[in-house]
Design a protein around this ligand. Structure first.
Ligand code: NAP
Length: 296
């Protein structure tokens, strides 16, 4: 029997509806909308598209977005000064600096300047540290979205054999920590892993975040496993047409897995929805208004 499809698009839409209601409740209580400042340095076309879609998603959810567009040759002290100003701005609950930054700007220094309470991407070392020790902080959007899909599908993750392929700071590493915090038994694979096929074959949960088209073969998957494919890879097929594929060999994996996310339409739509969630949560915390964050 073919695996069930995990519909990230539908899940993200429902999440956005819940966020919209909670944003309206925030506005009624605080007298202002939750606000996210988005800082875009330079003119990277992909970043322009992301920033536009984030601003639209914020407006649709009843939140305010403040866009700051700075030239590619902005001196780092000017960028840091802008961030410091946003840190102090009471209307701003979240700050997002669109990555990658143009050459010459130190990403680590820039992210470190953001107030951790406003770091809605969850990339600040303080938030990474909170996640590592299991304290409440702000969690990176993509892995948190994957966890939500897993919980929705499987319920309690306690004791499950989970494999995360990839150890980047934005996906693999926080994903592994979220799964450990959810009491799963977690393995992390990466480019130095020996015999990936065997490691994949043991896992009840596979989260693939590699960035290589269909590197995870369908035949490796343990029957009945839940597969979350984070990879977004553009390939050109035999007829010269471009299309998106994940890190998992989808058609073959679907014959074996219990459930699987498609690419596109799986993890992708969750990332922006969780960014809205993180902004909303930051706004409630910032304003000191109670919110049951687990109901979002
Ligand atoms: P990244 O920073 O390039 O990290 C890739 C990871 O994969 C690294 O840890 C690397 O290991 C590991 N890796 C590379 N080759 C491998 C191999 N042959 N076997 C096992 N592991 C291998 O990428 P990322 O930022 O985490 O993103 C991963 C993918 O997710 C990309 O396709 C990206 O486009 C996608 N993504 C999607 C979303 C979304 O919204 N859906 C969001 C973010 C990213 P080493 O550490 O040893 O080098």
């Amino acid at each position: 029997m073919a695996a069930a499809l995990i519909d990230g698009k539908a899940f993200a839409e429902a999440l956005r509806a819940r966020i919209g209601r909670a944003a309206a409740a925030f506005e009624a209580a605080a007298g202002r909308k939750p606000g996210l400042a988005v800082v875009l340095v330079g003119e990277d076309p992909a970043s322009e598209v992301y920033v536009r879609s984030k601003s639209k998603a914020l407006a649709d959810a009843g939140m305010a977005s403040f866009e700051y567009r700075l030239p590619a040759d902005t001196p780092e002290p000017d960028l840091l000064a802008r961030i410091a100003q946003l840190n102090a701005d009471p209307q701003v609950d979240g700050i997002l600096v669109q990555l990658p930054l143009p050459e010459g700007l130190d990403e680590h220094r820039v992210i470190s300047t953001i107030d951790p309470e406003k770091d809605v991407d969850g990339f600040h070392v303080v938030n990474a540290g909170r996640l590592a020790v299991g304290e409440r902080g702000i969690v990176p959007c993509t892995p948190l979205g994957c966890l939500m899909l897993l919980r929705d599908r499987l319920g309690d993750l306690s004791g499950r054999e989970a494999l995360v392929i990839g150890r980047s700071n934005i996906v693999g590493r926080p994903m592994a920590q979220l799964l450990v915090n959810a009491d799963a038994t977690v393995t992390v694979a990466h480019s130095r892993t020996r015999n990936l096929a065997e490691v994949v074959g043991r896992a009840e949960i596979v989260v693939a975040a590699v960035g290589r088209p269909e590197i995870v073969k369908g035949a490796w998957i343990r029957p009945g496993a839940t597969v979350i494919d984070v990879g977004i890879n553009r390939i050109v097929d035999g007829e010269g047409k471009g299309r998106l594929v994940g890190d998992v060999e989808f058609a073959k994996a679907r014959e074996v897995a219990g459930a699987i996310t498609p690419v596109p339409g799986g993890v992708g739509p969750m990332t922006i929805a969780v960014l809205l969630r993180n902004t909303l949560v930051a706004a409630y915390r910032h304003a000191g208004i109670a919110l049951d964050e687990d109901t979002l």
